[in-house]
Write a protein of this length. Structure first.
Length: 283
């Protein structure tokens, strides 16, 4: 009987080895979305180096499907079982042997996890890569974004991607796109441990002063002139519309009080028959 079982197992593994092309893993960390693919030189041991994982349940599987999938009961080392592997947060060299059924997560020194943004601002092609000094928080300043949507992701693919419902908050894996309310320059931050992120308009100065062609804002008052009445829409940091002024005659008013609260960052959009202008101001 033992010989027969060994023969059957050998046939199974031989067939598996002959056909296995892609082995990867997925879990709570990416909302059980697309597999993070591993590499192999012998079609037996599959590895991925220096990969950050938060605390997560995780499984390995073949060819992005559930026909052949494997979990485990123990961490950081173990052998296959049907349960999700209980991973604790850290940077790991990950290995799985499809012959011995052994897997391992070996803790390593932190490394850059290649966090980027992609969206309408770049036609969803060619990731804009963020910088990091600690391999945890990734940032960029004065990034030109356009009205539309974007997402954070890792390694320029969709295996681990993150969205959200506002310009600041805690990102969710494999979630909805983040809405960008207007064309402007933004400062961006993303933390791979906490998933806290922020997308804030770049501050032009600490003097509460912003300019755009013939318009300017000084201490909450709008100065400028227009040949036609202007509609003024004012947005807060999260992109929420907080004030609207319709049919404002800037030729009659030497200055127009926007009635803005102190210690706030605002986006002020002016719209008339001649076009749209956008100003940034902080009080």
């Amino acid at each position: 009987m033992k010989a027969k079982l060994l023969f059957i197992l050998t046939l199974f593994l031989s067939s598996f080895l002959a056909n296995a092309q892609d082995i990867g893993f997925l879990g709570d960390f990416n909302d059980w979305g697309n597999d993070v693919n591993m590499t192999t030189t012998d079609n037996t041991i599959f590895t991925l180096s220096s990969y950050y994982l938060p605390a997560t349940g995780l499984k390995f599987r073949q060819d992005d499907g559930w026909t052949n999938s494997w979990g485990g009961d123990t961490f950081p080392n173990g052998t296959w079982s049907g349960n999700n592997i209980p991973v604790t947060a850290g940077f790991y060299d990950i290995s799985m042997d499809i012959v011995t059924t052994a897997y391992s997560f070996t803790a390593v020194t932190s490394s850059n996890q290649n966090v980027s943004i992609i969206g309408d601002f770049n036609a969803w092609a060619g990731d804009f890569v963020l910088s990091t000094t600690d391999n945890i928080t990734y940032t960029a300043t004065d990034v030109a974004l356009t009205t539309g949507e974007l997402k954070f992701r890792r390694d320029a693919n969709w295996s681990a991607n993150y969205g959200g419902t506002s310009l600041t908050g805690t990102a969710m894996p494999n979630s909805s796109n983040i809405t960008i309310p207007s064309n402007s320059d933004y400062d961006i931050s993303f933390n791979i441990e906490t998933l806290a992120y922020s997308i804030t308009e770049s501050v032009l100065s600490t003097e509460a002063f912003a300019t755009n062609n013939s318009y300017k804002i000084i201490k909450g008052h709008l100065y400028g002139s227009s040949n036609a009445p202007v509609t003024i829409n004012i947005y807060n940091l999260t992109g929420q519309l907080v004030k609207t002024y319709s049919e404002v005659d800037l030729n009659t008013n030497a200055s127009f009080n926007l009635e803005l609260k102190a210690n706030q960052l605002y986006l002020v959009r002016l719209q008339s028959q001649s076009g749209i202008k956008t100003l940034k101001t902080i009080l």
